[in-house]
Design a protein around this ligand. Structure first.
Ligand SMILES: [Zn+2]
Ligand SMILES: [Zn+2]
Length: 374
């Protein structure tokens, strides 16, 4: 669902009476466009929708003939008309909007820079404790000499664009209404380059490797996205630069698992350690620590190491706990001496131990035949 109220009248959108003069319309549009400009409301998607609606309403009413046609429509049709235009525009709404804005503010060809995406691999410990990382990525920055136009200085360096006759916009019909969209040939500038800027060879931009230091707060999970405003591609002719979306991937740890702000792990202990108690080493986010296992510890028992888990958000630096589950490891193979000791232990308890020696399975075809013939 968009935040836009459906079925609104173009006059209501601009907040003017039905008999508003052309200059009143323009003034209302200019004021609203400024107030709802997405540059001023970067975190409000509703503002962008509102801005587009304002642009379309003005696009419909700014042409006298079109306005008269709009006025002849019934109330219901009028409300539907704006929606129809909005729906019909879809992919081109940005161009219409750019065209209208350029016309109004005299900023032709101004274009926002492209957003970029960067995937950052983060270690498990870094994610848990927070990290500072240097990243570098290729990005296009605008040529300072020509402001991204790509033309040399002087009147002869450019000529008017043929397609739009230098206006920067071309007519477009949507849902029966004549609107304007940015000229695709000159991208709204209205001019074509004749003599290229020597500084950037007419490209208007340079490819550079940008280095940034990013601060990653502790407790980040895989898929976390950090927005770095203005660190994307450059904007053309005074347009705002794009943003950089830093997507974080957190690596798995061979022993540690994350569980909210807690960290968990499993540690193996031997039978004597479980029976007699021991000091064991446990991996944590900040390296190995010693943990006491009391005598008579059962397999699967859970221990809690206070404050060794993930750093909690909020900047105070307090951390969750680490849960350590101990598992008693039963040896699969014994040395002769170990066997003696286990047998002695069993005798002490009066328990019968050991299993009857199974006859080894004969190997190979001949072995099996020999067994059959025996
Ligand atoms: Zn053009
Ligand atoms: Zn240049």
């Amino acid at each position: 669902m968009t935040a836009r109220a459906r079925g609104r009248d173009a006059y209501d959108v601009l907040g003017v009476p039905r008999d508003a003069t052309e200059s009143e319309l323009k003034r209302a549009y200019r004021e609203l466009a400024h107030r709802h400009h997405p540059d001023k409301n970067p975190d409000d998607p509703a503002a962008e929708e509102r801005f587009k609606e304002i642009a379309i309403a003005y696009g419909v009413l700014s042409d006298a003939e079109q306005r008269a046609r709009y006025d002849r429509l019934g109330e219901r049709e009028r409300e539907g008309a704006l929606d129809e235009v909005m729906a019909d525009l879809r992919g081109t709404v940005q161009e219409v909007w750019d065209g209208l804005l350029a016309d109004l503010l005299g900023r032709r060809g101004r274009q926002h820079g492209r957003d970029l995406r960067y995937t950052l691999e983060l270690g498990f410990e870094e994610a848990g404790l927070g990290a500072r990382r240097k990243i570098s990525y290729p990005v296009r920055v605008g040529c300072p000499r020509c402001q991204g136009l790509g033309a040399a200085r002087g009147p002869e360096a450019t000529r008017a664009c043929e397609r739009c006759a230098g206006r920067g916009h071309v007519p477009m019909e949507r849902a029966g209404f004549a609107l304007r969209r940015q000229c695709p040939d000159c991208r709204g500038v209205g001019r074509k380059v004749v003599r290229a800027c020597a500084h950037c060879a007419g490209e208007g931009s340079f490819r550079v490797e940008r280095e940034l230091e990013v601060v990653l707060p502790p407790g980040i999970v895989s898929g976390h996205v950090q927005l770095l405003r203005g660190e994307g591609e450059h904007g053309r002719l005074g347009g705002r630069a794009g943003d950089l979306y830093l997507v974080v991937r957190v690596a798995d740890h061979p022993e540690l698992r994350r569980d909210g702000d807690e960290v968990s792990c499993e540690v193996a202990i031997s039978i004597p350690q479980a029976v007699l108690g021991a000091m064991i080493e446990v991996p944590t986010l900040t390296g190995k620590v010693k943990m006491r296992v009391p005598a008579g510890t059962a397999s699967g028992k859970l221990f809690r190491l206070r404050g060794l888990g993930m750093v909690r958000p909020g900047g105070r630096g307090d951390r969750g706990d680490q849960k350590v589950r101990v598992r008693i490891e039963v040896p699969a193979e014994l040395s002769a001496r170990e066997r003696e000791l286990y047998e002695a232990l069993a005798r002490e308890k009066g328990q019968s131990v050991g299993e009857p020696m199974a006859r080894p399975e004969p190997r190979g075809l001949f072995g099996r035949m020999r067994q059959l013939l025996r």
